[in-house]
Design a protein around this ligand. Sequence first.
Ligand code: PEP
Ligand code: MG
Length: 586
Amino acid sequence: MTRPPALKEKIWTGTPVSTGVAHAVVHVLKDHFDEPDADSIAPGMVEGEMARLHAALAVTSQEIEELQRVMAGEQGSAESEIFETHLLILLDSTILKQTEKTVREKLVCVDWAYYKLMCKHMDALRGLSDAYLRERFLDIKDVTQRVMRHLRGELMQHPMFDEPVIVVAHDLTPSDTVQLDRTKVLGFAVETGSAVSHAAIIARSLALPAVVKLHNICDELHSGDTVLLDGEGGQLILNPTAETLARYRLREEQAERREDVFQEERHKPATTVCGRMICVGANAEFIEEVGIVQDSGAEEVGLFRTEFLHLENPDATEDELTEAYSRVVKALAPKRVVFRTLDLGGDKVDERLAVEPEPNPFLGWRGIRLSLGRLDLFKRQLRALLRAAAHGRVGIMFPMVSGVQEVVDAKAVLSNCADELAAEGIDVPEEVEVGAMIEIPSAALSADMIAAEVDFLSLGTNDLIQYTIAVDRLNDRVAGLYQPTHPAVLRLIGMSVKAAHGAGIRIGMCGEMASDLRLTPLMIGLGLNELSVATTQIARVKHAVRRLSVLECTELARTAQTCTSPTEILTLSRAVAGRCYPELFE
Ligand code: PEP
Ligand code: MG
């Protein structure tokens, strides 16, 4: 018997954003809302096209009924009623008739005819002032997405894979990520994005390899293809040969041996050679990360991005939120957990909240602005956080603060929630630490005013860099301008540190800049005492801290603050890092 010819190996190179190697089949997530091509059809094909639509409707109907059954079991009948509406839309006879009419008269494929008709209905609802009717837009969108997927012969909306897969996508938004069955995801390969896009951040939190900027791979790969994803070299290798796999196995073994050395001391404190303690904490997004955080050596959770839990379950009640937050607090007690209140908006969109598309979402209704505009949501979250605080040490941190007034307003809501809970006889701790993120230049410039109102500040450099340099953190085209060591960014960090120290409060950094080992000397030199990083980086950051002297770092920061070029600053810090802990760059 002759063997089938070996499939040809093919390599793409992108930007590595989360280390590790995965070898598995891929699942390609297509953008299901792209307008389909208006392919012409012959008159004799009309019946066939309609049969395709009927088949897609039948499978969609089964899918919705199944979801309805699951939801009725888990959440009770009220929540499952939403699917009644979906079924009514799906099986609406007028929609069917109109689609058929378009296919017959225009002789176009049914995908286009159905899509266009549903878009017309969505557009009509989108502009209505009645909130209830406006929300029906989302029902139609949901149904349309499902039908389009089945028309294209693809799988379910929220992929639940049978086997572990590497997810390949054009763009992986936070909402896409929360909908994946993360227990079956081994890595991300994305066409767009950057090291500070949320897909990359999540990959690092979950310790999964990820590569971004892999242009056009969605067109070249098909679900089921076998690939090797190299999160260190930034390569995606289709049909890796036996030699390639052997080479990677060897490399992995060597990397594991090196890593073991850093990991051994991960639970010990990070103290510089001259005795200054630096608190190295973890960033987290999901409850399931608690175990990883405990094992990582993190001294606290310096940033828990609560909006991901919200996107997973936007209708969670106060009790459910209390239960979720308490699980994290109890599991990590006595360590502090800093929960950041919802930072929805920007790329983290709950479509039900922002039905009107915003022209500039990153400059729009985001973070604390949205929370202060939706007191129902904000209070539900704050009450749940206060209740969870009864089980351990909790910090509550406000995101996207642009000035002190927002902090004052947010604190007033918090204190109102505490009073309400006390009046209801619910146990609330006397004091909960309150903090503000410094991620907008106006916040850094007024950090002294903000510092007077809070217990701690945390520098969110992912946004601080984008807003200072006016460079979209997700835009590939301007990625070269996204420079953490830009002198203006350094000045804003320096001002914030000075303001915090002046007010006698703590200041840390939870942006991705905090995990860049080349910059650890600069961060310590600038006076930061807390670094909150991806769990995979904790052991390494602690290792780096233990090899630095504050005096040398301060001297470095002083020189850096006189430099005009981002590269020069980076080179200076990298030189100290390379001398003090060369083993971390091998
Ligand atoms: C930041 O902006 O640095 C930050 C930590 O928040 P996010 O990345 O979620 O915007
Ligand atoms: Mg931010």
